[in-house]
Ligand binder design. Structure first.
Ligand SMILES: Nc1ncnc2c1ncn2[C@@H]1O[C@H](COP(=O)(O)OP(=O)(O)O)[C@@H](O)[C@H]1O
Ligand SMILES: [Mg+2]
Length: 260
């Protein structure tokens, strides 16, 4: 199915090293337009590094990352970043800016007219489930964790970037709020048709959000496929379906379910 779709981002034989030590190696895969690719893996497996190679916070030591048919190293950095929304766990909201100013940040950098910015900010706050009348004038410290993450998502969407990178954005939330945001975000992603790369160490979250799951282990992408493929452990002739790390994650998923 994904075969006929346009490629948004492509990793071509990418290795990234620091102090002669590879943090990720031999990454070869494509991210298709409109898909929700979840990078799953335990802590330290290279998920964040892979993300940062997309928005050029890192550049490959070997190989290339191609965004919209152009290697990231050939992109104007600012133009590239404007095409990529970025949401992280600690939302990175400016504490001394109101919600309205935080969400309107990129549009104002792009010199939109104030009235246009305000309209966009209000529209985005509605979209992420925050009443603008109530929240636009608040400061980040006047919000709950869940509300802050909603503002973070609104801000990342502000200039309508085609690609969203989300690095464990819901990791610090209580389980109920987290589930709410996961479900809303999934609906939103399908509605807006954005290309999303979502990083998590939580296999349940991966199953809620993904169209495809990429499993990282020791800096390599060891499994990549649909959720159905991820659940198959015995397709003949495909040694990747048997990767021990995948079996560990599936075991984890089963014990979570068995304990209910
Ligand atoms: N700036 C850095 N310099 C050196 N090593 C790093 C840096 N950032 C991350 N690492 C190391 O690279 C590996 C992958 O890290 P990371 O991509 O952050 O993993 P994950 O996001 O999956 O937890 C880890 O071993 C980590 O300690
Ligand atoms: Mg990380």
């Amino acid at each position: 199915m994904t075969q006929n779709r346009q490629i948004a981002v492509e990793f071509r034989d990418v290795t990234f090293s620091r102090n002669h030590r590879p943090l990720v190696s031999n990454l070869n895969f494509s991210i298709y337009q409109g898909e929700a690719l979840v990078l799953l893996g335990r802590s330290g497996s290279g998920k964040t590094t892979t993300m940062k190679l997309i928005n050029r916070l890192f550049t490959p030591t070997k190989g290339e990352v191609v965004f919209d048919s152009i290697p990231t190293t050939q992109w104007d950095e600012i133009k590239l970043r404007r095409k990529i929304g970025y949401v992280i766990q600690e939302t990175g909201l400016f504490p001394h800016f109101t919600v309205e100013r935080n969400v309107g940040l990129v549009p104002s950098l792009e010199a939109w007219k104030p009235k246009q910015i305000k309209t966009r900010v209000y529209e985005l706050l509605q979209l992420v489930g925050l009443d603008p009348g109530q929240f636009a004038g608040r400061y980040p410290h006047e919000l709950s964790g869940g509300q802050r993450q909603r503002v973070g998502v609104a801000r990342a969407l502000a200039a309508d970037p085609p690609v969203l990178l989300m690095d464990e954005p819901f990791g610090a939330l209580d389980p109920i709020t987290r589930l709410e945001l996961q479900q809303e975000f999934r609906r939103l992603q399908q509605e807006l048709g954005k290309t999303v790369v979502f990083v998590t160490h939580d296999i349940q979250e991966a199953f809620i959000l993904a169209s495809r799951i990429g499993l990282m282990y020791g800096g390599e992408l060891v499994v990549l496929g649909t959720k159905e493929e991820f659940l198959q452990t015995s397709s003949a002739g495909d040694s990747r379906s048997q990767h021990p790390e995948k079996l560990v994650f599936l075991q984890c998923l089963r014990s979570l379910q068995d304990n209910i």
